[in-house]
Design a protein around this ligand. Structure first.
Ligand SMILES: Cc1cc2nc3c(=O)[nH]c(=O)nc-3n(C[C@H](O)[C@H](O)[C@H](O)COP(=O)(O)O)c2cc1C
Length: 221
C-alpha cells in the first residue's frame, strides 16, 4: 500500500460499527508498529488488546466512573489544559467538531453526551492499551508515541479506523478491573480500534494542520 495513501487515510474515528476486530488483525498491526525506532532499541512499549465483552465492560466502567464524577487518576500526569497557541488550536478542534455535529455553545446536554462518548471509545469493539515501564525518564513517551503512531498507520493500511483517546486512560483502575494490566507498567494511552461507521457524522471531520512555514525552519539547506 502506498505510504502517502495510508497517511492520508488515517484520521481520528469517532463512530465505530459493531463489527469485531480479530486478534490476527491486531497482531499484524503490532508487527508493523514494532518497526518504529526507540532510544537504544529499548522498545519500552507493551500492547494490550481488549475485545468482545471485556471491551464493553471497560467502556461501561469508564463511562460510569466519569458520570459519577470520580476523580481521574491516570498513571501518567495528563495536561489539565494548554498554553498560548496550543490552547487556541485545542479550542479550534473542539469548535470545528461541534460545529460539524451541530452542537451549539449552550447545548450542554449534547456536549456532555459527546464527552461521555469519548469514555465509551465511540463504540469501538476493540480497545488497545499502550504501557511504558514506571520509573523511567519521560523520554519513554517519545518511543511509545512512535509506536502508537505506527499502530494507527498500520490500522489504516488494513482498512481499520482508530482514535487515540486520553479518555481511555483516565481511570486505569477501572481498566485493570477487567483487563489485568500489570501495575508495574503505566498505561500511557488507549486507542479505540474498529471499522468506521459511515453514517457517523463525526467521521467526516478532518482536522487542519499548520502551514509548513510555521513548522519547518531550515539552516543552510
Ligand atoms: C495523546 C492523544 C490523546 C488524544 N485524546 C483524544 C480524546 O480524548 N478524545 C478525542 O476525541 N480525540 C483524542 N485524540 C485525537 C486528536 O484529537 C487528533 O489526533 C487530532 O485532533 C488530529 O486529528 P486526526 O487524528 O483526525 O488527524 C488524542 C490524540 C492524541 C495524540
Amino acid at each position: 500500500v502506498d505510504f502517502n495513501k495510508v497517511l492520508d487515510e488515517r484520521f481520528s474515528c469517532r463512530g465505530f460499527l459493531d463489527k469485531p476486530v480479530s486478534l490476527d488483525q491486531v497482531r499484524a498491526m503490532a508487527v508493523q508498529a514494532q518497526k518504529v525506532p526507540s532510544w537504544g532499541n529499548t522498545q519500552p512499549w507493551r500492547l494490550y488488546a481488549v475485545g468482545g465483552a471485556k471491551a464493553e465492560a471497560v467502556r461501561e466502567n469508564l463511562v460510569t466512573a466519569m458520570q459519577a464524577g470520580r476523580p481521574q487518576a491516570p498513571d501518567i500526569t495528563m495536561p489539565a489544559s494548554f498554553e498560548g497557541e496550543l490552547m487556541d488550536r485545542y479550542r479550534d478542534l473542539g469548535r470545528g467538531l461541534f460545529k460539524l455535529l451541530g452542537i451549539g455553545r449552550e447545548d450542554h446536554n449534547k456536549r456532555a453526551a459527546h464527552y461521555a462518548n469519548n469514555f465509551n471509545a465511540f463504540g469501538a469493539p476493540c480497545l488497545l492499551y499502550i504501557t511504558v515501564p514506571r520509573g523511567q525518564t519521560s523520554y519513554v513517551a517519545l518511543d511509545a508515541g512512535a509506536f502508537v503512531a505506527g499502530l494507527c498507520l498500520a490500522a489504516a493500511s488494513q482498512g481499520l479506523a482508530s482514535c487515540i483517546l486520553a479518555a481511555l486512560a483516565r481511570y486505569p483502575d477501572e481498566v485493570r478491573k477487567v483487563a489485568p494490566i500489570p501495575k508495574e507498567e503505566a498505561i500511557i494511552i488507549g486507542v479505540a480500534l474498529g471499522y468506521p461507521d459511515p453514517e457517523a457524522q463525526a467521521n467526516s471531520f478532518r482536522s487542519q494542520r499548520l502551514e509548513l512555514e510555521q513548522v519547518l525552519t531550515s539552516f543552510d539547506l
